[in-house]
Design a protein around this ligand. Structure first.
Ligand SMILES: Nc1nc2c(ncn2[C@@H]2O[C@H](COP(=O)(O)OP(=O)(O)OP(=O)(O)O)[C@@H](O)[C@H]2O)c(=O)[nH]1
Ligand SMILES: [Mg+2]
Length: 253
């Protein structure tokens, strides 16, 4: 082969290597965020909002492996790669938790809860809403949180740099009339609150060490039904506060 031909043939592979390098840099520059929480709690809806994507109703997505969303360039919330762990299907879920907390550990975590207002899902192949008892949903939230908190603790102790956790109390439009209002519900998901959820947060913080893990608890809403008592302005304010805090935690601002 002549030198000139070899030279030509070398171009594409050099380009390919260059592209790999660029993609690698691109991926690592974006802080990664695990989004966890039980099924129907509102993870996908929240991330679609944060990432600036329209909602895709894709039932096949439920129970699949980690779903990736990257923030669109024109968004105020810049540079995050979300890795949503599906809430459904125990087996897939454990693998997905391993992926985000062990194999390729994330920089931060959004753990989503809904004060017992997770939407019930029917088994694959059937449609429609499922009647679910709120107390039962709260118990499931706690069970789910116990599993996830253990994973977060072991990730946090292993790694040299600090990790952040935001407990996102979403669907606040559905419990505006809760005793003590939204503030009281948010408090019940906070460290030192004395609730079962709060106790597990305290344990997590003790295990990980306060210097290794920062914990925030913020209210959110990512969907408003017609006639909702929450105004779109209020909803946007919650999302803006969450975005601002995530920016601070990731060192963007
Ligand atoms: N009222 C109200 N409904 C919401 C809110 N956020 C999400 N939902 C609804 O709750 C249902 C479940 O939301 P998803 O985002 O699909 O839940 P998920 O956590 O991704 O569930 P899995 O994918 O099964 O793990 C959907 O019908 C959403 O439209 C909210 O803030 N308010
Ligand atoms: Mg989902």
């Amino acid at each position: 082969m002549s030198d000139s031909r070899r030279g030509l043939r070398a171009v594409p592979s050099t380009l390919a290597r260059g592209r790999d390098r660029v993609t690698g840099v691109f991926q690592h520059r974006y802080p990664t965020v695990a989004v966890t929480g039980m099924t129907g709690v509102g993870k996908t809806e929240l991330v679609d909002h944060l990432a600036g994507r329209p909602r895709r109703d894709d039932p096949s997505e439920a129970g699949s492996a980690v779903m990736e969303r990257r923030v669109r360039r024109d968004r105020r919330l810049r540079g995050f790669r979300f890795r949503v762990v599906p809430g459904e299907n125990a087996a897939t879920r454990l693998g997905a938790l391993d992926e985000v907390f062990h194999d390729d550990p994330v920089d931060g975590v959004l753990h989503v809860v809904a004060n017992g207002h997770a939407t019930g899902r029917r088994p694959a192949g059937t449609t429609g809403a499922v009647e679910v008892d709120r107390e039962e949903q709260l118990a499931r939230e706690l069970e789910d949180w116990t599993v996830t908190a253990h994973r977060i603790a072991s990730m946090a102790v292993r790694r040299p740099r600090p990790t952040w956790l935001v407990v996102v109390v979403t669907k606040v439009d559905l419990f505006l009339d809760a005793p003590g209002g939204i503030d009281e519900v948010v408090r019940s998901y906070s460290p030192g609150s004395g609730t079962p959820f709060g106790d597990r947060l305290d344990e997590l913080r003790a295990l990980a060490g306060a210097a290794k893990l920062s914990i925030d608890v913020l209210p959110a809403c990512s969907r408003l039904d017609p006639g909702s008592p929450l105004s779109p302005k209020q909803r946007d304010a919650y999302l803006a506060a969450l975005e601002a805090r995530m920016g601070q935690l990731a060192g963007h601002v």
